[in-house]
Design a protein around this ligand. Sequence first.
Ligand code: SF4
Length: 388
Amino acid sequence: MGQQAGAQDQLFYSFSLETHIPSDHILRSIDRFLHLGALRHHLSSFYSHTGRPSIDPELMIRMLIIGYCFGIRSERRLCQEVHLNLAYRWFCRLNLDDAVPEHSTFSKNRHGRFRASATFRWLFDEVVRSCMAAGLVKGEGFAVDASVVAADASRQRGVPSSQAVDWKDPRLSTAEVESAKTMIDRVEERFQITPERLIGDTAYGTAAMLAWMVDHKGIEPHVPVWERWQRNDDTLPSSEFRWSEQADEYRCPQGHPLRREWRAFKNPRTHITKADTIIYRSSQSDCGTCPLKERCCPKTPTRKIVRSIHEAARDVARRIRMTMQYQRSRCQRKKVEMLFAHLKRILKLDRLRLRGLTGATDEFTLAAAVQNLRRLAKLIPQGPAAPA
Ligand code: SF4
C-alpha cells in the first residue's frame, strides 16, 4: 500500500500547456478550424481608442465557444472552469498565471458590442465557410425543422390564455415557415447557394409555402402536402375527380363537370376566397339522378371541391412524394431532429438563459456555430492548421 510523497513545495516548474493537451482532444480539432483573425477588424469600430485597455474579444469568443461546446451555461461557472482546466486555458491562449476575465465582462459585451456588431452571426458564417472549404457543405439539399425550447420566463408572471391553443395546427407554424424562407434567402445572399430541394414536415406543406418554393425559387419541395380539405369519411375522395386545366373544371367519376361558376356574371368574378382557394361545384340536376350520390355527397345536393390557387405547386409536391429520392429525404430529415436533440440534451440548450428575441437569436446562433465546429472536428479530426 503506497503512500503519496511530496508536499507540493516545489518552487519552480518547467511546464508547457502545449505538451499536456492530448492530440485527439476535441478543442485541438476545433482550434484547427477556428479562424478568428478577422474578428478584431470586424469589431474595430465598436471599441473606443481612449480609456482603459479592454479584454481581448477573441478571448471572450473562445471562452463562449467552450461554454457552448461543453454545456456550461453559467458565465460565472465558465470563468471558474477556464481558470481551472488546462485544455480550456490552452484553447483560450492563456498561460497558467494569466487572469481569466470577470463573468460580468461577458454580460457587458454580449448585450453591448457583440450584439450591435452581430458578432455571433459573423462567427456562424465563418464556420459555415470553413465547412464549405472542407467539402462538408454543397447546399444541394436543405432540411428544416423546428423544436420547442423553453424561454427564460416565469410561470408565475404569465397571463392565462383566454382560449386553448392547438400547437399542432400547421396554421400556427407561420413563424416557422417564414424563418425557413429567411434562412434560404440569407444563404443565397451570403454564400450564393440555392438548394435544389427542401426537406421538411407538414408545417412546410401549406399551399403558399409550396408555391414560394416551386414558382418563386425553383426548389423541389420534399414535404408532405397539407391536405386541409381532405375528406375523412367514406365519401369519394377528391383524387377520384379529374382536373382539366384547359377547361378549368373537374370531371366526376360519372363524367359530369364541376365548375367555379354555372352562369355568366355581368362583372367577371375570380371566385377566389380569402383562403386563396376556388370552390368548384357540380350541378344539382346531374347529382339528383346519379347512382353514386350516396357515396359522393350524401348530405348535400351537390358535390364541391376546394382547389387552392397554388394547386399546381401542390401537385409537384405530390408527384415528388412518389419518388425514391423522397424516401431518402425522409431519412435525411431525421438528422435535423437529431441535431435538435443533441443541442438540447448534450449542449444543454433545453432552456434559454438570455431573454427576449435578440437574446434567443444570440444563443441559437452561437450554439449552432459551436455545433458545426464540433461536427467539423469530429468528421475531419486532422483538419488544416489555423492561419497564424
Ligand atoms: S353525385 Fe354528382 S358529382 Fe358525384 S359522381 Fe354523381 S354526378 Fe358526379
